[in-house]
Design a protein around this ligand. Structure first.
Ligand SMILES: Cc1cc2nc3c(=O)[nH]c(=O)nc-3n(C[C@H](O)[C@H](O)[C@H](O)COP(=O)(O)OP(=O)(O)OC[C@H]3O[C@@H](n4cnc5c(N)ncnc54)[C@H](O)[C@@H]3O)c2cc1C
Length: 574
């Protein structure tokens, strides 16, 4: 079946929904999501959204600008970072006008809290910059934007997997979807397509990310010849609930929580003397694992304690209710009187599909873009976050660049005519699925997935070395070979998760290779990419973005310059 829309958005997280709300002012917009729209991972965001409103204490957009550049270890592009931080207050007030019930100060203004790496006076001391709705900010904003989109007659296709991007003469003109309920394949044709499909945290064993955060669309674009940028930069959030990896938001430290080792020592004082527990995430994650490696984890084990016990029951119940309820539900402990066991957990992809500041996908190192194709949100690399994202800057990125993509798309579609009338793009997809379901083989997807997650955790996480990365690449190549003999046991057409998860796994294995090869080629340490064999930052050779291109024999690596501006690279200490 062919379904026509002017604008097609893949992904119903905050980036996709913000774009949909914008574009639907004048265009016919549809949103496709492989989960029910409001189950998108954005709904799990807890801590908040940054904007230099200065509601609690003095703040300036220039300080937000500096913190973001420094937080990203000078790899972020300063032209787009400036756009984002200047636009932040407007983005927050707009949400307020749409109905988001932000937490309030005593005098009724939007309340703000501390978050890691956000400072006043260019690094002097922490500043309250994150606007929040208790500790379920993402849930509330997602529901509000979904409501707005429904009110603007945006069409939703829920539980539909995008399995292929369709191009006509180099222009993206739609997608092929698999309807989970029926197993039917459809061609959704459009004049422009926005990819807003989130991150890929599920390739690691321990992650804060939801089960749908598998990243296959990143690989679909890669296979179409579009580069992936800065994929070596994967953020590990310092405080995953041990051993599950479920997130304990930085809001807990923003509200005064302290990390302690086995001796009860508040060890962050040694690693980040000025802002301690509120240092950037890469710094805190390395500090925790350094404590653990030195035998100072709790009971000598692989975790430390996050201590909230001095905050008092009232503050915890009012501001950190969801976080502490996770500790109660999953570990049976009461955070009011007991410390929470935490360890780093895979959280966020700084890299992704390269775009310009209006979401247009960039084809290579030049300013050339891919006609008809846009990307926004975590799957995109604008690049705002450089080598390490600051807390609460992701939701801001989604809102600012989601809206800008929506605007650019609605302006573009007016002049585009409907394309591709001649051929059936579902045919090759049908054949690929049939090849999977018809195959008899000894391998099972779930076993390969588990091994992939262990390989990535062992060889490509917080600490990396050349030897480990090479071992990781070899292990992933061996898993890819085994994947060619994988068998899908469920041959049904209704809710066949076995089939879809196998398709996802094939893409994930390719992505792992891109990540490890990008990391191997970056012979320095910067932000979240820490090479124990090369612990220094090397601006001479690596103050540049990695671009990985699909090629025979493995990803081909190229580089492009970073856009510098007001802030020149300097020593990064907290
Ligand atoms: C637990 C947690 C807490 C967080 N807290 C904060 C916070 O407080 N502040 C902050 O700034 N950031 C936070 N982050 C980060 C932030 O939430 C994410 O970066 C952001 O929500 C990603 O939004 P998105 O719109 O890009 O994609 P997502 O919200 O991840 O949505 C992806 C969408 O793409 C769809 N999709 C994916 N693949 C396909 C496919 N093949 N076919 C069809 N649809 C597809 C999915 O169905 C989904 O609708 C947090 C992240 C996590 C995991």
């Amino acid at each position: 079946m062919v379904l026509d829309h002017e604008i097609l958005i893949v992904g119903a997280g905050l980036a996709g929904l913000r774009a949909a709300v914008e574009a639907s002012e004048t265009a016919d917009v549809a949103v496709v999501s492989k989960v029910l729209p409001t189950r998108s991972h954005s709904g799990a965001a807890q801590g908040g959204i940054t904007a230099a409103l200065g509601n609690e204490e003095e703040d300036q957009w220039e300080w937000h600008f500096f913190d973001t550049v420094k937080g990203g270890d000078y790899l972020g592009d300063q032209d787009v970072i400036e756009i984002m931080v200047k636009d932040a207050p407007r983005a927050i007030y707009e949400l307020e006008h749409m109905g988001v019930p932000f937490s309030r100060t005593r005098d009724g203004r939007i309340a703000q809290r501390n978050f890691g790496g956000h400072t006043k006076g260019y690094g002097r001391e922490p500043v309250k910059r994150a606007c929040y709705v208790a500790d379920h900010t993402g849930r509330v904003v997602l529901d509000t934007l979904y409501d707005q989109a429904i009110g603007r007659h945006v069409r939703f296709y829920g539980e539909c997997y995008v399995l292929s991007l369709v191009f006509d003469d180099g222009r993206c003109c739609g997608v092929v979807t698999y309807d989970l309920a029926t197993g039917g394949l459809h061609f959704l044709r459009a004049k422009v397509v926005l990819l807003a499909t989130g991150g890929c945290g599920k390739i690691y064993r321990t992650t804060s990310n939801g089960f749908s955060t598998t990243g296959e669309i990143l690989n679909l674009t890669f296979k179409e010849g579009i580069p992936l940028q800065d994929m070596e930069f994967i953020q590990f959030h310092p405080t995953g609930l041990f051993p599950l990896g479920i997130l304990v938001s930085e809001a807990a430290r923003g509200e005064g929580g302290i990390l302690r080792n086995d001796a009860g020592e508040p060890f962050m004082e040694r690693y980040a003397p000025s802002i301690k527990d509120l240092a950037a995430r890469d710094v805190v994650s390395r500090a925790i694992l350094t404590e653990v490696r030195a035998g100072r984890g709790i009971g000598g084990k692989g975790y430390v304690h996050l201590d909230l016990t001095h905050l008092g029951e009232r503050k915890i119940t009012e501001k950190l209710w969801e976080i502490t309820s996770f500790a109660r539900i999953y570990l049976g402990l009461d955070a009011v009187s007991q410390p929470i066991p935490v360890a780093p957990t895979c959280h966020y992809l700084m890299g992704g599909i390269p775009t310009d500041g209006d979401g247009r996908v960039r084809a290579d190192q030049t300013a050339r873009t891919v006609p008809g194709l846009y990307a926004a949100g975590e799957c995109a690399c604008v690049s705002i976050h450089g080598a390490n994202r600051l807390g609460c800057n992701s939701l801001l990125d989604l809102l600012v660049f989601g809206r800008r993509s929506g605007k650019a798309m609605k302006d573009e579609v007016a002049g585009v005519k409907t394309l591709l009338t001649g051929r059936d793009p579902t045919k090759p997809v049908r054949e690929r699925l049939a090849a999977l379901t018809d195959r008899e083989g000894p391998e099972k997807a779930h076993a390969i997935r588990l091994e992939m997650q262990i390989v990535m955790t062992d060889y490509g996480s917080v600490f990396r070395t050349e030897g480990a990365l090479r071992q990781g690449i070899d292990a992933i190549l061996a898993l890819k070979e085994r994947f060619s003999r994988v068998m899908v046991t469920n041959r049904g057409t209704s809710f066949n998760y076995d089939l879809m998860e196998t398709v996802e796994l094939g893409h994930q294995l390719d992505l792992c290779e891109v990540i490890l090869v990008s990391a191997l080629n970056r012979r320095e340490s910067r932000g979240a990419h820490f090479r124990e064999d090369l612990p220094q930052r090397d601006d001479q050779n690596y103050l540049r973005h990695t671009l990985a291109f699909c090629a025979t024999g493995g990803p081909r690596i190229a580089y492009k310059p970073v856009v510098l501006g007001r802030f020149q690279p300097a020593v990064r200490a907290y």
